[in-house]
Design a protein around this ligand. Structure first.
Ligand SMILES: [Zn+2]
Length: 274
């Protein structure tokens, strides 16, 4: 039987993490710098856990990971919890009525990590470098095509179209922010429902709030200009409505995909997706 306790979807409050990111400028940047090899959702969650428990945030590793570095977890320290993807198998009947096994990914919470300050032992090597992020690499990795901008609307900054296409106005005020925003529309699956044009007249739909939230997480993680504009937009939006939990989860997942796709040094092993 599946244990509800291990079901990430019911235990993490993604909406609260998003509000944390929106309401505290600098929070996302700090989380990304500290925990950049983890997903941005996990990074912010780890930072929040450190804060609540008054632990000095720093490099994260597992119990055995610290052991390999000749350090050990201090007595009485409680582990940091993060979301991990696990691959499960399920049996389904195919169209011929035969049973077939397929894989699917489920997210679970695991209390497996400790920050440096919860451990003692041998000095650890200086900090690992934060990988460079490259827009062209991210677009290629996510199979998104940048097409030339052909809008007659003078206010539009960019748009996303079916067929995983995005176009950014050559005179976009904040090209990075607009690029993240349009990539988000594609990654979030919005373009499958038709083209989107972004200008001041676009209704403040949930899709826009989702795409703008992804843009904020990406801009701030990478220290690129535009995060403050996204933040203001989302704060304004949150005045009238709430971001549903499902949307918040999708936002963190999309931001993680975009950030990871553009990282120069690909990581593996201890990666967390959420
Ligand atoms: Zn949009």
């Amino acid at each position: 039987m599946q244990s509800a306790k291990n079901n990430a979807a019911t235990e993490i409050n993604w909406e609260a993490l998003l509000v944390e990111a929106v309401s505290k400028p600098g929070r996302v940047l700090e989380a990304y710098h500290l925990f950049h090899s983890f997903s941005i959702g996990n990074a912010i969650w780890a930072l929040v856990q450190c804060d609540v428990r008054k632990i000095q945030p720093g490099p994260l590793n597992t119990f055995s990971g610290w052991k390999k570095l000749n350090r050990h977890v201090k007595k009485g320290e409680r582990a940091i919890r993060l979301v991990m993807p696990i691959t499960c198998k399920r049996k389904e009947e195919n169209k011929d009525g035969e049973e077939e096994e397929s894989n699917y990914t489920r997210f679970v919470i695991r209390p497996n990590w400790f920050v440096l300050s919860q451990t003692e032992g041998e000095e650890v090597a200086a900090e690992v470098e934060i990988p460079e992020w490259n827009a062209e690499r991210a677009l290629a990795e996510l199979n998104i095509n940048r097409v030339s901008y052909e809008s007659m609307n003078g206010n539009a900054q960019g748009y996303a179209e079916p067929g995983r296409k995005i176009a950014i106005s050559p005179i976009a005020a904040l090209p990075y922010k607009t690029t993240f925003h349009e990539m988000a529309h594609v990654v979030l699956g919005h373009t499958e429902e038709g083209g989107l044009s972004d200008d001041e007249l676009t209704p403040r739909s949930l899709m826009e709030a989702e795409a703008e939230s992804v843009a904020m997480l990406c801009c701030e993680s990478l220290g690129l200009p535009g995060a403050e504009f996204s933040r203001a937009y989302i704060q304004n939006w949150l005045n009238g409505s709430a971001i549903p939990e499902k949307s918040a989860q999708k936002i963190f997942s999309a931001a993680h995909k975009i950030l990871k796709a553009g990282q120069e040094n690909e990581k593996s092993g201890n990666e967390q997706a959420a």
